[in-house]
Design a protein around this ligand. Structure first.
Ligand code: FE2
Ligand code: FE2
Length: 350
């Protein structure tokens, strides 16, 4: 198939599983502050969805010793596309397995990314049908906007920390038909890439893990669609002691409006205001940001993305968030990595 034939074989990001050492507090964060609905509980997991998520769940919170991403699943655009994408991955020695045991979804191809992130591809997804009391009068909305916190509409995108940005990017391009809309280079080295399979600026991004680790989650983003909601959410989080990392502001890269916070389990969550630049041009070139312009790329309004967290902290983390901030407080561009022996440890798997 030509590049254009594979281009729309992945439809979108359907779901993410987050691990949390504080599952009840993590659940409260997503339900009380972000208005997500619980659709099921099973064992040590709870399943949630935003009021415009189309399926039974977009977020699964599973109790675990460490925060991190359990897995992320992308929905293909057809059952045939699922078979073709799974075959493409399998043909290049990427080991995967088929499963069919997850609530609300059917046949699923599970594999590990080149950097060690757990991914899944699927087509069969059970549409959410609201009970009468939750049915919205707005026909494209599968459920009413809840009266709780500042509710997110749906899951939006993922950002992965990678030891090798180019390798991760190439895998998404080659096997899943993603297009790299924007990237950042430091000299000759790619240190960030934003990739899309549809009109959005990205469903999956990847940034270099400055600590030398691999396979970590940088953040999962949930969509508001309205910039003011990020300001309102920042006020809410400030008042209720949810740790804000950066924002609200707007990235130059993607033009997305951001607010980054840490949920109580330790995972970084982004609240996404306006969707940013939409890629309607099918033959657009990848936009390449140089380090000289990185301030505009990161935050047009000048919000500081902290080195001690934004460029170094992902989950699972060898250090707790507080210890990490302490250890990396003097880290910055060109600086040696802190010598704390724990820092070099592999991410703890759960
Ligand atoms: Fe993001
Ligand atoms: Fe962002």
């Amino acid at each position: 198939m030509s590049e254009n034939d594979t281009r729309f074989e992945i439809a979108h990001l359907a779901r993410v599983e987050l691990f949390s050492p504080k599952p009840q507090e993590t659940e409260d964060f997503f339900t009380r502050f972000l208005g997500m609905y619980v659709t099921r509980r099973k064992g040590q997991s709870v399943y949630l969805r935003g009021y415009e998520d189309p399926y039974q769940w977009s977020l699964k919170i599973t109790e675990a010793a460490q925060p991190g991403m359990g897995h992320a699943a992308l929905r293909t655009s057809s059952p045939e596309a699922l078979d073709r994408r799974a075959k493409s991955l399998g043909d290049t020695n990427i080991e995967g397995k088929w499963s069919e045991d997850e609530f609300g979804y059917g046949k699923t191809f599970e594999y590990q990314s080149v950097d060690g992130h757990q991914f899944a591809l699927l087509w069969e997804a059970e549409k959410y049908v609201a009970p009468p009391e939750l049915r919205s009068k707005i026909l494209t909305r599968p459920s009413k906007k809840p009266l709780s916190g500042i509710p997110v509409k749906r899951i939006d995108h993922l950002n992965l920390m990678s030891s090798d940005v180019t390798a991760t990017k190439t895998e998404f391009e080659r096997h899943l038909g993603f297009r790299t809309t924007e990237r950042v280079i430091d000299g000759e080295v790619e240190i960030g890439a934003w990739m899309s399979s549809n009109l959005l600026g990205h469903e999956v991004a990847t940034m270099r893990d400055m600590t030398g680790g691999h396979g970590k989650l940088h953040h999962v983003a949930f969509y508001y669609g309205t910039g003011q909601h990020n300001i309102d959410a920042a006020e809410m989080f400030r008042d209720y002691d949810i740790q804000i990392e950066a924002g609200p502001d707007r990235h130059g890269i993607t033009q997305g409006q951001f607010l980054y916070v840490f949920e109580p389990g330790g995972n970084r969550i982004e609240l996404f205001g306006e969707a940013g630049f939409l890629h309607l041009d099918p033959s657009a070139e990848t936009q390449t940001w140089q380090m000289a312009d990185i301030d505009t790329g990161l935050a047009i309004g000048g919000a500081a993305l902290p080195w001690e967290t934004y460029f170094t902290y992902g989950t699972p983390s060898p250090l707790s968030l507080d210890r990490h901030i302490e250890t990396y407080s003097h880290f910055g561009p060109g600086a040696e990595l802190p010598t704390d022996t724990e820092v070099a440890a592999e991410p703890v798997s759960v």
